[in-house]
Design a protein around this ligand. Structure first.
Ligand SMILES: [Zn+2]
Length: 365
């Protein structure tokens, strides 16, 4: 098999593995999650802009409310002052009225009393002043003073009414501001809730994305280990005194070289070392790696040329850590036990060939 063909085959294998292990499905989910993340960030930006605008509105309302409260306080003080003035004016007016009535009564007590009777029958001050117009004896001074005081009372009363009306207007404005404040505050609360929801969704989505990426990375790692290379750690492992060292010392022999015991017609050209997947395998002797990688039924395999017509083959690796053309020392790790190719259960098939014919490995160990 040419190198190009092997590469094509290994690419096909990775694709098959990827599809079967759900890499493509995950890739779609990852792009979905990434798209969703971008969308959520957009939503978050919008929600933050809404929140900022509402916060500005709330602050403006608060400033206006405090200005209105100040106006209200000023107006309340003006009303207090007007009320006091009104009381003062009423007191002066009443005193003036009483003084005048007393004076007129005294002036006319001994004389004709018809005018006095008319005056004394007056029901109120306005009536009195009106009646006094026809009484020459009531001094123009008294009449002037009374009218002036009456006017003062009227003026102060009118001023108080105007102030009270302004106060009521400001109170309404303050109530409207409070209602507006509540309204905007409710919107701001909604905005905060929405923003918190979006942020929580962003967190969840990021978690999902991270998980999907981790899964995809694991799948990719598995796929790449399926294609069969890794960097080994540790030194050479040599056991026994034979020409070959044991290629998999921690395994047990599940099948020897020779005719299959259960099937006399087939012949087993190697020795099977059963071991857990990932158990290290070692070069039986020093030599040159002539094949390393994927090969149909052999799975991930390594073939080493030891010279003098002696070749060893190592099959079914989960991964190999040598490459063709490389020299290896006796006991140098070449791969990990696996279950690739025509294999049923993790094991290393170790085959020895002398001048192209399989021989019993036991003769060299
Ligand atoms: Zn075998």
């Amino acid at each position: 098999m040419t190198k190009r063909k092997r590469r094509v085959l290994s690419i096909v294998l990775v694709m098959v593995l990827s599809i079967s292990m759900g890499l493509s499905a995950n890739a779609t989910s990852i792009s979905d999650a990434e798209e969703k993340a971008a969308e959520l960030e957009e939503q978050k930006k919008k929600a933050e802009a809404d929140k900022a605008s509402l916060t500005d509105q709330i602050n403006a309302i608060a400033v206006k409310a405090s200005e209105t409260q100040e106006k209200l306080n000023t107006k309340a003080a003006e009303i207090d002052e007007a009320q006091n003035k009104l009381v003062e004016a009423k007191l002066v007016e009443t005193k003036q009225y009483d003084d005048m009535k007393l004076r007129i009564k005294y002036m006319y007590e001994s004389g004709e009393s018809q005018f006095l009777e008319i005056l004394m029958k007056s029901e109120n001050m306005a009536d009195f002043i009106s009646n006094a117009e026809y009484v020459q004896e009531v001094s123009s001074y008294d009449r002037g003073m009374l009218t002036e005081y009456q006017n003062t009372v009227k003026k102060v009363e009118a001023q108080e009414v105007a102030l009270q009306s302004e106060y009521d207007e400001i109170t309404v404005m303050q109530e409207e501001l409070a209602a507006k404040h509540d309204e905007v505050q409710a919107l701001l609360d909604d905005s905060n809730t929405k923003l918190a929801d979006i942020e929580s969704e962003i967190g969840d989505n990021a978690e999902t994305l991270e998980k999907l990426k981790q899964e995809a990375a694991n799948v990719a790692a598995n796929a790449s280990s399926g294609s069969g290379t890794f960097t080994p750690g540790g030194g050479n492992v040599v056991s026994g005194n034979g020409y070959f060292t044991n290629p998999c010392p921690s395994a047990y022999i599940s099948s020897e070289f020779g005719p299959r015991s259960l099937d006399g017609r087939t012949y087993h050209y190697g020795r099977d070392y059963a071991a857990g997947e990932g158990t290290p395998t070692y070069a039986a002797a020093a030599g040159t790696v002539i094949m390393a990688g994927w090969a149909g039924t052999a799975g991930n395999w390594v073939v080493i040329d030891h010279g003098n017509g002696l070749v060893t083959k190592y099959m079914h690796h989960s991964a190999v850590c040598v490459s063709a053309g490389q020299s290896v020392a006796k006991g140098q790790q070449i791969g990990r036990v696996g279950n690739t190719g025509h294999s049923f259960g993790a094991h290393l098939h170790f085959q020895v060939e002398k001048n192209g014919s399989p021989v019993d490995p036991r003769g060299y160990l």
